[in-house]
Design a protein around this ligand. Structure first.
Ligand SMILES: [Zn+2]
Length: 146
């Protein structure tokens, strides 16, 4: 009994830690800059609604809350897009897929350059994330006790 409960807790704790690491990748300053660049909902262009952080590539498809994967979306677009692949969703909604992708790329390049100097000790995505999955399976609990 006690064993299975511990295992569940361990799994939940690992998952929580992994999600926390992912979620906090986008800084507040980056989010403010993203909203300023898009000047409204990235998908439908609405400017009169509160904007939410939307992962262009959904978390469920391997996306992360990072500068190059987050776009401001109005509540209606965010809820509608949900876990859909972005281009297919844009097409179904009859939104301008090409314009979005171009703008998303431009803004990504602009902001990546702007924030490159400010990233202190924060390794680029490919570097910091690649080894994670490899080490995640290791029994890291022994080291985290206490
Ligand atoms: Zn929208």
């Amino acid at each position: 009994m006690a064993v299975s409960r511990t295992r569940t807790a361990t799994y939940a704790r690992r998952r929580k830690r992994r999600m926390a690491r992912v979620t906090h990748h986008l800084t507040d300053a980056q989010w403010v800059a993203l909203q300023a660049e898009w000047t409204g909902c990235a998908y439908c262009g609405a400017k009169d609604r509160p904007l939410q952080r939307d992962c262009v590539l959904p978390i469920s498809r391997g996306g992360r809350y990072t500068l190059d994967n987050v776009a401001p979306a109005c509540g209606s677009c965010n809820a509608s897009k949900c876990n859909d692949e972005v281009t297919g969703w844009l097409r179904r909604k009859r939104l301008d897929e090409r314009a979005f992708l171009l703008r998303h790329r431009e803004i990504g390049i602009t902001l990546a350059a702007r924030f490159a100097d400010e990233a202190q000790g924060d390794a680029p995505d490919g570097v910091s994330d690649a080894p994670d999955d490899a080490t995640d399976g290791a029994p890291d609990d022994a080291t985290s006790v206490g």
